[in-house]
Write a protein that binds this ligand. Structure first.
Ligand SMILES: [Zn+2]
Length: 402
């Protein structure tokens, strides 16, 4: 009998924790790589979550596989958004759209010009296949067309998807491209899309918690450093597709964002020290190097699961995020931008290495071998094991902090 009570309490505790975790706007980097195929970094995609609303922004190669790893079902996604229609950003649109058509939530599909035409083409190319699949449940295409709304977004505007407010603005790239801002609760997250310096971005991203940014110019580990000018403005000499570090850090500074998150890396290993040194010429806030399945969550309102019994508010989401089994933003609060208000400081914290050792270091040697590693750490073992000695040490895990 006693055991039943323990189980019930455990169940309630898990539910409470799940709710707390959902009550904040979060972004999970589904894919941090591309355009080069990379087993460690899927194509660009970010999942935005808040309460019962899920929005997927871009759908590069590997999106479905990574969504599956975090147990997110296509049928539960409410919005499919595109920053732009370069192939590396929409490669998995067709299978994802068709799955969402066959079952699940009503979906808003939106992006720059071409979005509705791409959807129409998918429907016409796969008509027979879709008809066949629908016939199994006695439906036709006409029965399901009300299940999605596709729209082309122009100019600057704001709309609602479920519990999340979505704003967008055009940015400069080689084709029509949008940056998005997501607001819910007291958190705001911005995704830049691919871009060169764009005056519109700092306006959209003003005071956001996270700015997820095109990593253009990031320095690969072992490569020669490229010097960039500190003035981020594009001098317009020749058309280019992506920012350099001076431009991305300039926009982060003008936006006054708390945390800059770089993503869309074309190599696996980034020289984070060298890259950060370049970014620091303009931007003094937190810097995170994106990785697949890393979840970004701001600390306002977050409660530690360990502290929930005592009802103590914890501004440090360390324990909380660790329990989600996903990687965690790994920055120490660095020198804060002077304009930042003290009340809104975001603390990003790494999973504590001590906790990881408790979980995984079975032979108690103070480091984690590949056979001891679990979950995300196991998957990304080779990337994290910077000196390739077969062990992950505290130093290797906290290197990302700078
Ligand atoms: Zn592009």
């Amino acid at each position: 009998m006693k055991n039943h009570w323990v189980l019930i309490l455990l169940f309630l505790g898990t539910q409470l924790f799940a709710q707390e975790n959902n009550s904040q706007l979060t972004a999970t980097i589904i894919g941090s790589g591309s355009p080069k195929y990379n087993t460690e970094r899927s194509g660009p995609s970010v999942l935005i979550s808040y309460k019962n609303t899920r929005i997927l922004v871009d759908m590069g190669n590997g999106t479905q596989a990574n969504l599956d790893k975090i147990d997110t079902k296509i049928k539960d996604i409410d919005g499919l958004l595109f920053t732009h229609h370069h192939l590396d950003h929409n490669e998995e649109l067709a299978p994802i759209f068709i799955q969402s058509l066959l079952g699940g939530n009503r979906t808003i599909i939106a992006g720059p010009e071409q979005t509705t035409s791409i959807i129409d083409h998918i429907l016409s190319i796969y008509k027979e296949d879709i008809d066949y699949r629908l016939s199994k449940s006695g439906r036709t295409l006409t029965d399901v067309t009300s299940k999605y709304e596709a729209k082309n977004l122009t100019g600057n505007n704001t709309f609602q998807i479920g519990d999340i407010t979505v704003s967008y603005t055009p940015v400069n790239h080689t084709i029509a491209t949008l940056a998005y801002r997501f607001d819910a609760g007291d958190t705001s997250i911005v995704i830049s899309g691919d871009l060169t310096y764009s005056e519109s971005l700092p306006i959209l991203a003003k005071n956001a918690d996270y700015l997820i940014m095109d990593s253009g110019g990031a320095i690969a580990l072992g490569s020669k450093r490229k010097e960039t000018k500190t003035n981020g403005k594009n001098n317009g000499a020749k058309e280019k597709a992506h920012v350099n570090l001076a431009e991305s850090s300039q926009m982060a500074k003008e936006s006054n964002v708390k945390t800059l998150v770089l993503t869309h890396f074309n190599v696996t290993d980034i020289d984070e020290d060298a890259t950060t040194a370049e970014l620091r010429k303009n931007y003094l806030g937190n810097i995170i190097y994106g990785e697949d399945l890393m979840t970004l969550q701001s600390s306002h309102n977050s409660t530690s699961s360990e502290n929930s019994n005592s009802g103590v508010r914890n501004t440090n989401n360390l324990e909380n995020t660790e329990t989600t089994q996903q990687s965690v933003p790994n920055t120490k609060p660095v020198k804060q931008n002077q304009q930042e208000s003290n009340s809104q400081k975001t603390k990003n914290t790494a999973p504590s290495f001590r906790k990881m050792l408790e979980n995984m270091d079975t032979n108690n040697d103070g480091k984690i071998s590949k056979s001891e590693a679990k979950g995300k750490l196991k998957e990304n073992f080779n990337m994290r094991d910077k000196n390739k000695d077969g062990y992950i040490t505290e130093d290797e895990l906290t290197k990302r902090n700078r």
